[in-house]
Design a protein around this ligand. Structure first.
Ligand code: CA
Length: 242
């Protein structure tokens, strides 16, 4: 049967890296992003609900803005409009308190390191001070060579490009001439478009449902597993060797 063959193949390819999404996975930042998006869109005459922010999480700023102007204005936003709306969103976000670390994420990272796996960041975020903040919250786990951000990709999630780049960086970090094979990695995501991106790259995806959407949205996006939070993932990693 093909099912048992798949299981056997997975057992023969040990996991080497864990590709972490950032917002809603390593930081409890999504409530702040949701509020900033809703306010910024409203200031520019567009309506967006918090649920819509969560459904579009992972998309680039431009992609998100175009989607809403297309629906509500009947056209894509101009370059100036994209810049203006995204700047408003970033300004509102930056005025807020720094997002707290996600509860349980430190346990997950300790387990990943303890198992000799490579932690990699794959985020659609384009915040300039990302690495400094990561280094303050999770000292010693991340470096620029193992990060994929908005500056590294031309197409954001749900396109597989960010996660394919992540496999490439993980391969380079292990001193290989080639990218890591998809079956050597695990993606940790909280958003439906992020799950789709990971699956489109051929990687197994663990969804941690840290937001308000029902589990079914993440499963329909293709998640291999759904857990309620990062503490549950730390436990899961202790008991399930991939
Ligand atoms: Ca996310």
């Amino acid at each position: 049967m093909s099912g048992s063959h798949t299981t056997k193949k997975e057992k023969n390819t040990p996991l080497r890296a864990v590709l972490f999404d950032m917002d809603g996975v390593l930081y409890d930042s999504m409530p702040l992003h949701a509020e900033a998006w809703v306010q910024a869109m409203h200031r520019h005459g567009l309506s967006m609900t918090e649920e819509q922010v969560y459904m579009n999480e992972g998309r680039t700023g431009e992609g998100t803005i175009d989607l809403f102007t297309l629906k509500q204005w009947g056209r894509e936003a101009t370059e100036e409009e994209v810049e203006s709306i995204y700047r408003t969103k970033s300004d509102i976000f930056n005025e807020m308190d720094e997002p707290p670390a996600m509860k349980g994420a430190d346990e997950v990272l300790a387990e990943v390191k303890g198992q000799g796996l490579l932690p990699v960041i794959v985020t659609g975020s384009g915040q300039r001070s990302l690495l400094e903040r990561l280094d303050r919250t999770y000292p010693g786990y991340f470096c620029r060579e193992r990060m994929v951000t908005a500056y590294d990709v031309t197409r954001g999630k749900p396109n597989p490009e960010p996660y394919l780049k992540g496999l490439g960086k993980a391969g380079a970090a292990l001193g290989r001439a080639h990218a890591l094979k998809p079956e050597e990695a695990l993606v940790v995501e909280n958003a439906p478009l992020g799950v789709q991106a990971g699956k489109a790259a051929g990687i197994r995806v663990m969804a941690v449902n840290t937001g308000p959407l029902p589990d079914s949205v993440l499963l329909e996006a293709g998640a291999d597993w759904v857990l309620p939070d990062m503490s549950a993932l730390a436990e899961w990693l202790k008991n399930n060797k991939l």
